[in-house]
Design a protein around this ligand. Sequence first.
Ligand code: AMP
Length: 279
Amino acid sequence: MKIFTTRADASAYLNQQKNAGKTIGYVATMGALHKGHHSLINIAKKNTSLAVCSIFVNPTQFNDPKDLENYPRPVETDIRILENAKCDVLFLPDEGEMYPGNEKWHIELNGLDKILEGAHRPGHYQGVTQIVKKLLEVIKPDVAFFGQKDYQQFLIISKMVKKLRIPVQLVMCPIVREDNGLAMSSRNVRLSAAERQKSAYLFKALEQAKLNFNSKPVGQIKEDAITYLNGIEGIELEYFEICNAINLQSVITKRSKNIIALVAARVGKIRLIDNIMLR
Ligand code: AMP
């Protein structure tokens, strides 16, 4: 695996590969890699001829400085994981490389960045779009692969790519879960054994919502899930919403074609998100 730490070196190599006829599949990560990331790399390898991964813990998307400070950064293990996954290229810049100046950034996202995750993490999606734009400019992938786990992020990146006319195809990949149903996440390593067990209730609530989708009204499904999760000691629910999957507006009827349930909660000190497509 080739490793580049500067934008110039990564770009030069990838341009050369592109000119030689390779198609570039890209997976953007913040490291602390797990099977969810691994699956994205596998999908990239199946669909393109050069798999590129980046690891960069992007400071501008963290609204909580403690979360940024505590974010796991096991770089050597990550490199080993990527080598085992037969990833072709790793882009591993430092902060100075990605943010050489004190730049300003704002993209109008028509409110999609202000609801759900955006409401609980102000500025988060402005930071996400800022870094993803820069990374896409360096890598210039044919296809970029993102996880459904960060569903709102996928919609936001799709919106940005369309708005700025960035020539890349975006693909959303399935959520990889632990045996107990907990969605894999880099933050899971910070859960105690007891918290890890508790965290599985988030998926249980989502599964229950899916199970009841045809038999109960949307309002009832949502209320049941909230009551269920609020009843579990150690889970501090932030939101459980049932939304139109295209614009993430809350729904009270089943008229929308695509409907998704999304959840965010704190288990101990760790903030977790998850979702399930209801239809
Ligand atoms: P992160 O390193 O958390 O920023 O995630 C990098 C990419 O991996 C994003 O596209 C995530 O949506 C995706 N991802 C994270 N967790 C999972 C998971 N459990 N299953 C599938 N994809 C995931």
